[in-house]
Design a protein around this ligand. Structure first.
Ligand SMILES: CC(C)(COP(=O)(O)OP(=O)(O)OC[C@H]1O[C@@H](n2cnc3c(N)ncnc32)[C@H](O)[C@@H]1OP(=O)(O)O)[C@@H](O)C(=O)NCCC(=O)NCCS
Length: 183
């Protein structure tokens, strides 16, 4: 499995994977493995990738998964990110207020169904920390509480820390953080 930064010719495959994993496209059973609600277009992908970057997992030139990384002050932002940043502003992590730490946003993250449960998320996570550890202290993400598989994978599996819950547009989310220095 090769982990690398996306290039523009990867964008169509990323958009296809995103579209395949929105709740409307999934059966109730498939939704148990998680879903994403992002609706990024090619222009937004390009903007994210020209910023902190999009990391992808590739096997035999096929996209196995992607994760987007964004600075916390990225604009424009969906309202759920604003709600997350608001919730975050009163929290501490590793003994320090998060408002005083250099923070970036992790997500959306998505693996193609055939590559789940095979260690690819951990490889992407290692690459995320490697890429961000010089410039950032903490990565932050939100996970919908209706997505217990993603919560378990990130918190129980990868050892991230669930700090608090917040709500946005009648949905409940967990605010999750990790230190970029974790090895
Ligand atoms: C969510 C998603 C990225 C997780 O990736 P995955 O490959 O299915 O994750 P895994 O089940 O392999 O879990 C990752 C790690 O956590 C561990 N883990 C998972 N659930 C666990 C639990 N309840 N307790 C302990 N460890 C657990 C796994 O064993 C694995 O560890 P390993 O790398 O040592 O094998 C993937 O399922 C996906 O893309 N789903 C659709 C889109 C989505 O939900 N995106 C996230 C939106 S927030």
């Amino acid at each position: 499995m090769l982990i690398r930064q996306a290039i523009p010719s990867d964008y169509p495959a990323i958009l296809t994977l995103q579209a395949q994993n929105t709740p409307e496209q999934l059966t109730v059973e498939q939704r148990q493995q998680g879903f994403i609600v992002s609706q990024m277009n090619e222009k937004q992908l390009s903007s994210i990738n020209n910023g902190l970057g999009i990391l992808i997992a590739v096997e035999d030139e096929q996209l196995a998964g992607f994760v987007c990384l964004m600075p916390a002050d990225a604009q424009p932002r969906p309202s759920v990110v604003d709600a997350m940043l608001h919730a975050l502003s009163t929290q501490s992590f590793d003994g320090q207020p998060l408002s005083q730490q250099r923070l970036f946003l992790y997500g959306p993250v998505c693996l193609s169904a055939e590559w789940r449960g095979k260690g690819v998320l951990r490889q992407l996570f290692d690459a995320v920390k490697e890429r961000t550890r010089n410039d950032f202290d903490v990565g932050a993400l939100f996970v919908n509480e209706d997505n217990p598989h993603s919560l378990a994978a990130h918190v129980n599996g990868l050892g991230m820390t669930a700090l608090t819950r917040f709500r946005c547009h009648d949905e409940s989310y967990q605010l999750i953080v990790f230190a970029t220095s974790e090895r």
